[in-house]
Design a protein around this ligand. Sequence first.
Ligand SMILES: NC(=O)C1=CN([C@@H]2O[C@H](COP(=O)(O)OP(=O)(O)OC[C@H]3O[C@@H](n4cnc5c(N)ncnc54)[C@H](O)[C@@H]3O)[C@@H](O)[C@H]2O)[C@@H](O)CC1
Ligand SMILES: Nc1ncnc2c1ncn2[C@@H]1O[C@H](COP(=O)(O)OP(=O)(O)O)[C@@H](O)[C@H]1O
Ligand SMILES: [K+]
Length: 494
Amino acid sequence: MKSLFSIAEIRKIEHSLAETLPPGTLMQRAGEAAASAARAMLSGRKILLLAGPGNNGGDALEAAAILAGPDTDLDAEVTVLHRPGSAPPSPETQKALARARASKAHFVDALPLGRDWSLIVDGLFGIGLARPIEGDMRALVEAINALGRPVLALDVPSGLDADTGAVIGPDGVAIQATRTITFIGNKPGLHTFEGRDYAGQVQVAPLGIDPGQRPPAGARLNEPALFARHLAPRRHNSHKGSFGDVAVIGGARGMAGAPLLSARAALFAGAGRVFVAAIEPVGAVDFVHPEIMLRDAQDFDSGAATLVMGPGMGDSVTAMRVLFKALEGKAALVLDADALNLIADSPDLQGRLAQREAPAIVTPHPLEAARLLGVTSAVVQGDRLAAARELASRLHAVVVLKGSGTVIADADGAVAINPTGNAGLATAGSGDVLAGICGSLLAQGWEPREAALGAVWVHGAAADRLVAHGSGPIGLTAGELPAAARAVLNALAR
Ligand SMILES: NC(=O)C1=CN([C@@H]2O[C@H](COP(=O)(O)OP(=O)(O)OC[C@H]3O[C@@H](n4cnc5c(N)ncnc54)[C@H](O)[C@@H]3O)[C@@H](O)[C@H]2O)[C@@H](O)CC1
Ligand SMILES: Nc1ncnc2c1ncn2[C@@H]1O[C@H](COP(=O)(O)OP(=O)(O)O)[C@@H](O)[C@H]1O
Ligand SMILES: [K+]
């Protein structure tokens, strides 16, 4: 189980352990884990450790004491840049400092000239960062980032909020790490918003704490185990009616491509029959995928189909009418793009959505989520988990808050962050593909939460697969995603 612990949850674990473990045990273990991670990353002889005023600095000092200590077989030059604060350090940090001072580590007060560090270890601030990094600490962070050397961050890159993945700001700075070794448990902020860029590869050091001893975490990383039960082999004796119908409703004038992308994705993700009911009909057939049945949204009877509403739908009277009808009906719904903007403008439609009994998945990007919540997109991004939770509870739906580290939340408060995907997805139409996959899995009988988790995971993995084969991230197109998603789904099913 890939748990993600908030700062408050980690502090609670720390408090309960303090009663049973001798003082300083956790810091010693953190220092040992940090020293082995540093050795594994090291290619060269010069290590610089940055030690800040708190216990994160203590971890770095422990690591320095080990790397340059009497028992080391490491042939390296260890330099420590120690920045104590005005308040006295904790007793365990004082001990770590004494051990580091007694080692062969060389202490400096300012960043030495030269850029030939083989590795820089960031122990400036961890989960105790209380305000933006300012003054000479800020200058130090900027100077370290400008060096462009490999950086191992301890617990969390200094300056990053471990809960939200936001650089603590306004206009804040954070250490740009190559790798982050995070202690006790994994943390949400390392995996969403700016977190993935700042943390680099994330490694968890449990510090000898049995995962079973930790209380349940409030969030987790998405993984196939969360939805794999729906990937059972298909029965030989099945027919197109066995895998559900999807109808994509959208496509205002000039926006015909959006519902077609959704429909293709629904088809490639395994739905039995796929329709496009267009607001502004474009033609009789999709010549690339003649399997898709094209209809006119005005007089379309969707029957029992799962509806994917919104791709390129616009805000015309017709769009409003079909949305209203869908909210009145009993079909499972995926609401995306313009459908979300129409709902954001109408408290009545929001109320209707919240009161429906049939499943609904809503797939806002941060601006659409902001409109639905009546805040700015900066507020949404400032705490993506909270925004997704709030929206799921208000709309009584599964919420997929898109972006780097997509957040999936349900009305019961369960939250997951998705680890797949890459910046190649930052291209027009990739959201339409995601909505189509969501609809397809719903139509095939997946539970809404699992359909959302599965669709987001597969969509990201499809993009990762395309990048691995050289078709991205530069120039990856949304139209390539459905076939890659199909390959990912079949690989998972095997
Ligand atoms: N929680 C635990 O059980 C463990 C914690 N450990 C380490 O301890 C860290 C947390 O330690 P702390 O609570 O001491 O917190 P930090 O070391 O993250 O920093 C807190 C210190 O920085 C100061 N400070 C905060 N924001 C500042 C700013 N913007 N500018 C200047 N000074 C600022 C505070 O006044 C305080 O002195 C973790 O991230 C981890 O690295 C480890 O030793 C392992 C076990
Ligand atoms: N940098 C990124 N890393 C991972 N996923 C991303 C990134 N940028 C965008 N995405 C994903 O791409 C999709 C974009 O959807 P959206 O913003 O609705 O675009 P559009 O409406 O043009 O299709 C979402 O699934 C989003 O999570
Ligand atoms: K740090």
